[in-house]
Structure formats: structure tokens, C-alpha cells
Design a binder for this molecule. Structure first.
Ligand SMILES: N[C@H](CCC[C@H](N)C(=O)O)C(=O)O
Length: 278
């Protein structure tokens, strides 16, 4: 019998961003899941791959319109990614020509709805139990025993939110990397620095676990709105300015809703040579 070699096929993807928080999105519906840590790392390399803050993989739905998994550029998994959820929500809303879609993520069933030109997603209820954030010891999540007195909030991924008087004076990278690896966070953490401008407005900058400084972080924006509300600093609805623009957050009875813009940058495909070299 003659040996046959199956030629690897190119793998299509799209590049999107939400407020400059950028994503590669691979649609694996109807095929075997293809994303591996090695693929995430290679694709996430801005020189050898494409570069992204997170990689999103769309899979077939599970009592939902789709299932969505997130990866960081270091090959680790992100349990939540609000901006990518909005971007994928936009793709699915447009594909189906509907106003509401359901998205299964590791933290449960989320929904995305059209909000004029923007997309709103319900990122679910915040997690305020220290075992679930998770933290490594029984502490008050509203006042962590760390310099700067941050609040811990889980949004499917861990966040530590610091309130500061002057955000321009914060060295986000230096402080972020230190807090990310503090032993209080057994799964490391995303780190937000927030300056409350009024009871309805916050300026926020972020250090993302496994990624570094990004222009926006949707789950971090949700965590920051929850933390500010818990501390009595703001109302439950706030406008938030991040490095990439503006988001609206509202902590409602059914979860934390986030609204903001999405952008489709380009569609392309990964070459067989790139995939073979993994
Ligand atoms: N950019 C994402 C969050 C990524 C979080 C990730 N860095 C993690 O490890 O949890 C967002 O819009 O919510």
C-alpha cells in the first residue's frame, strides 16, 4: 500500500479588538479542537506569530449558541475575557442576524446583546468568597493584607483592585508583576489600578496575568466596578476610562453587564508551514 501524506490545511482566523485589547479568534466549530498551549504561544509571539492579548477559540455550543475558550500569550488559560466575549458576541450576532446570543464559558452561560453600535455582555455574578477567587488564606476580600489595601474580586478569573489618588503616578508594570506573583494568589492574579473621579466615573489601568499591560481588560473593568461599589465609592453603574477608550459597567441583579465597542481588523489564515513547525 502506498504511503499517503495528508497535506495540512491552512487554519482561518480573525483579528479583532475591543478598546485596543486585541484578540485572535479561531472558529473550531464542527472540527476537532485545535488550540493547544504550543499554538497559543506561537501565535501570541508578535514576531513569529500574529500577536494578541488573548486567543479565543469558538467551539460548538453546549446548550448555548457557542462555547468559548480563552488563552493568554504565555500558553496559559484565561477563565474569563470580557472584551473577547464582546468581540465574539459581535461575530455571532452578525452571523445569525439576531439581537441576543448565549455563550458558554468555563464560568457558565453568558449572554451578549446588541446595544446600538456596541455590544453588551453579562459577565455573571462576581465571586467574593476567598476560596473561589481564589486566595491562599482566609482574608476579607474587601481589604487584602497587602500594601495599598486592594480588593479581591473573581470574575471567572482573579483580580486585585487598588484604589489610588493619582493614576499617572503609578508604575503599573513594576507593581503589577509583583502583585501578580504574590503568594496570596495561588493562581496568580490580574491587577487593576483605579482612580475614582466621581460616583459615576473611574479611570482604570491594568496589568494582566500572563500578558502584561494591556489597553483594556473587560473582566478587570467589571471587577473594578464591583470593588468600587463594595467600598461605597461609586454607584453600581459607572463609566470607565481605560487606556483604549470607554466602557460602561452596571452591576445588576443578574450579573455585571459591560457595554463597549468592538472592531474587526482582518481575516486571514495560518499557513500549513506555521502549523507544522509547532
Ligand atoms: N483581557 C481580558 C481578561 C484576560 C485575563 C487574563 N489575562 C487572565 O489570565 O485572567 C478581558 O477583557 O477580560
Amino acid at each position: 500500500m502506498q504511503d499517503t501524506k495528508i497535506a495540512p490545511r491552512p487554519l482561518p482566523f480573525v483579528k479583532m479588538h475591543g478598546l485596543g485589547n486585541d484578540f485572535v479568534i479561531i472558529d473550531s466549530r464542527g472540527r476537532d479542537a485545535r488550540v493547544t498551549p504550543a499554538l497559543a504561544r506561537a501565535l501570541g509571539d508578535r514576531n513569529r506569530g500574529v500577536g494578541f492579548d488573548q486567543l479565543g477559540e469558538i467551539r460548538d455550543g453546549d446548550n448555548s449558541d457557542i462555547t468559548l475558550d480563552f488563552w493568554n500569550a504565555d500558553g496559559s488559560r484565561a477563565g474569563a475575557c470580557g472584551n473577547a466575549t464582546r468581540c465574539v458576541g459581535r461575530l455571532m450576532l452578525d452571523e445569525a442576524g439576531v439581537d441576543r446570543v448565549t455563550i458558554r464559558t468555563t464560568r457558565g452561560l453568558l449572554e451578549a446583546v446588541r446595544a446600538g453600535d456596541e455590544v453588551s455582555v453579562n459577565m455573571g455574578h462576581p465571586v467574593l468568597d476567598w476560596t473561589q477567587v481564589p486566595l491562599s488564606q482566609a482574608v476579607d476580600v474587601k481589604h487584602l493584607p497587602l500594601q495599598g489595601d486592594p480588593v479581591a474580586v473573581g470574575m471567572g478569573n482573579p483580580h486585585a483592585v487598588f484604589f489610588v489618588d493619582d493614576i499617572a503616578a503609578v508604575d503599573v508594570a513594576a507593581r503589577g508583576v509583583k502583585v501578580e506573583h504574590d503568594p496570596l494568589f495561588p493562581e496568580r492574579t490580574n491587577v487593576e489600578f483605579a482612580q475614582v473621579r466621581s460616583r459615576n466615573e473611574i479611570r482604570m489601568r491594568v496589568w494582566e496575568r500572563g500578558t502584561g499591560i494591556t489597553l483594556a481588560c473587560g473582566s478587570g473593568a467589571c471587577a473594578t466596578a464591583v470593588a468600587a461599589s463594595l467600598r461605597g465609592l461609586t454607584e453600581r453603574q459607572v463609566r470607565m476610562e481605560v487606556d483604549g477608550g470607554w466602557l460602561t459597567l452596571e452591576w445588576r441583579e443578574d450579573g455585571v453587564w459591560m457595554t463597549g465597542p468592538t472592531a474587526l481588523v482582518f481575516a486571514a489564515e495560518l499557513s500549513p508551514a506555521f502549523l507544522e513547525a509547532l
